[in-house]
Design a protein around this ligand. Structure first.
Ligand SMILES: *Cc1c(COP(=O)(O)O)cnc(C)c1O
Length: 362
């Protein structure tokens, strides 16, 4: 069989190998059922257990109480970009956003379809290379909710603490690229959502953790599929849900618990990222693009001394079995996405490759 590579792709991204092994076997027959996981009814006993366990393990991972609903919704994080404002905005209502990059801007654009968008802070002046501090953020007092992007997949920046809007203002977080990579205080949020394809599973599905009072206060009269209350009432099975994605997420939750939970994950992730950042700080050819105090442990963005060097670096790294390193066009250069499932030995392999590339091209 073809060997698996250290895949640095930003998303869909690498998944834990034990999860893939379990899925391979479940595709043929899920447990003793004689029916593959893709072929099970979403209303049957087997799948009901899958989704119930996924919800329970999600709660356990992040200490999420019964005052929050755990939902598995279709359409990825981008559907949440409009489903949230559609639920709580309206004529003359405002949402206050911290703009830290491409994904924040996309969320703001969709919110603007349903109401007013207020920019509480922005790091666009420095090409999104930093995270504004709490002092630099001024929320609009009468905003219906506040919104931030905890990890900026493209710019390679990450919030180190949760921003603090006025306590009565629900805080919404797009955590697509760092969910469950470290402990998260769900109680500080009204809603945390994440497209699955970076840290949780396959693309096309989002995990939505939503405070129950917000479900009740949401606008009514919307299409059923776009109402949180409809999905909450049906336990994410209003229509046929993405059963395979839910199964994989459940396996990933179990895997994270086996690693020791979110504290252990955070320790592994920061040590893993430090291997690469330490090298970037001493290299004469490569440098990190994010400000040091804003660096992401999930997406490490870096440049080389010239675009020619960058092009040959990416090409040679790919040939050497290190694919997915090309940076997003808005930042240029390189990006190493090293999510939860990315092994430390893959980061070491990258640093070794960078060292020899630097030597060779001195
Ligand atoms: C990838 C990503 C998205 C988009 O997710 P989709 O599931 O493709 O809609 C949104 N926000 C962030 C921070 C992301 O990294």
């Amino acid at each position: 069989m073809t060997e698996r590579l250290f895949n640095f792709s930003a998303g869909p991204a690498i998944l834990p190998e034990p999860v893939l092994e379990a899925a391979r076997s479940a595709l043929w027959t899920f447990e003793d059922s004689g029916i593959g996981i893709l072929e099970h009814s979403h209303r049957g006993a087997y799948f009901t257990r899958v989704i119930e366990e996924a919800v329970a393990n999600c709660r356990k991972l992040a200490g999420i109480g019964e005052d929050y609903e755990i939902l598995f919704l279709q359409g990825g994080a981008s559907t949440q970009f409009f489903m949230a404002p559609m639920s709580w905005l309206g004529n003359g209502k405002t949402a206050s956003f911290v703009n830290t990059g491409t994904w924040s801007k996309k969320a703001m654009k969709e919110a603007n379809v349903f109401g007013d968008v207020h920019v509480a802070a922005s790091s666009e002046d420095e090409n999104f290379s930093y995270i504004p501090t709490n002092d630099e953020i001024s929320w609009q007092d009468n905003a219906v909710y506040a919104h931030y992007t905890s990890n900026n997949t493209i710019a390679g920046t990450q919030f180190t603490s949760i921003p603090t809007p006025p306590s009565s203002m629900p805080l919404l977080c797009d955590a697509s690229s760092d969910i469950f990579s470290r402990p998260i205080d769900i109680g500080a949020h009204g809603m945390v959502y994440a497209g699955a394809q970076k840290n949780l599973g396959p693309s096309g599905i989002a995990l939505v953790i939503l405070r129950k009072d917000l479900i009740e206060s949401a606008n009514e009269g919307l299409p059923s599929m776009l109402q949180y209350r409809v999905h909450a009432k049906a336990g994410s099975c209003f229509n046929t849900p993405p059963t395979f994605g839910i199964y994989i997420m459940g396996e990933v939750f179990k895997w994270i618990l086996e690693q020791g939970g979110l504290d252990a994950m955070a320790k592994i992730n920061s040590e893993k990222a430090a291997i690469l950042y330490d090298f970037l700080d001493e290299s004469e050819m490569f440098r990190g693009t994010a400000r040091k105090d804003s660096r992401s442990n999930m997406n490490v963005t870096f440049r080389a001394n010239s675009e020619e060097l960058e092009a040959s670096f990416i090409k040679e790294a790919t040939a050497a079995g290190l694919p997915g390193l090309k940076g997003h066009r808005s930042v240029g250069g390189m990006r190493a996405s090293i999510y939860n499932a990315f092994p430390t030995k893959g980061v070491t392999a990258l640093v070794d490759f960078m060292k020899s590339f630097e030597q060779k091209n001195k």
